[in-house]
Design a protein around this ligand. Structure first.
Ligand code: HEC
Length: 166
């Protein structure tokens, strides 16, 4: 009864205002829902774009070839022609190597090589040369080549994981 009495008092003008507000609220929710769906899609897309591992083809065969030349000149004397290691220098292929670096990022090994290698002349190579060297090391560890060069940029290298097994 009170509701009817109340309804009777509501003027057409008030009803119009209530309807407009209702429209506004529904519009707001519709927009919010669209934004949420788009946002989720963008996040999913960027994750697919960024998270990768050494099994995703993160270097090119040409780059590995350039790396092989640098390796022969600057690294082979200590780490061996076949990256088998020797003396104090650990192997850069095989399970000893991949288990050492398992679950680390390519940036981790990049910074070690850049900062401490070649051990007889640390820091003498450019970032581009270090990227080429890692491409060669990855090739020797049977990680597949792809269509784009391994980047030399730290932020990009941090997004690539070294995984012992696929
Ligand atoms: C004068 C000898 C020498 C030369 C030349 C040299 N290294 Fe090394 N490298 C070492 C030694 C010794 C270690 C071990 C150092 C340690 O564990 O602190 C090492 C460690 C490494 C490691 C870490 C390996 C691991 O699994 O822990 C990498 C990667 C590496 N070297 C890459 C290179 C690359 C690439 C070059 C060529 C640019 C190079 N090294 C040149 C002696 C050398």
């Amino acid at each position: 009864m009170r509701a009817i009495a109340l309804a009777a008092k509501i003027s057409p003008q008030t009803i119009r205002v209530i309807c407009l507000e209702y429209d506004g609220v529904m519009n707001f929710f519709a927009r919010f829902a669209t934004a949420a769906i788009l946002g989720a899609a963008v996040v999913a897309f960027s994750q697919a774009q960024t998270a990768s591992s050494v099994w995703d083809g993160v270097y090119t065969a040409d780059q590995a070839k350039r790396g092989a030349d640098i390796y022969a000149k600057s690294c082979a004397t200590c780490h061996g022609d076949e990256l088998e290691g020797g003396g104090q220098a650990p192997p850069l292929t095989g399970s000893e190597f991949t288990s050492t670096w398992n679950n680390q990022t390519v940036d981790d090994i990049f910074e070690i090589v850049k900062g401490t290698m070649p051990a007889d002349k640390p820091g003498s190579l450019t970032r581009a040369q270090n990227a080429d060297l890692l491409a060669f090391v990855f090739q020797k560890n049977q990680f597949p080549a792809g269509k784009t060069d391994l980047p030399e940029d730290a932020a990009a290298l941090k997004k690539i994981k070294i995984e012992e097994k696929k």
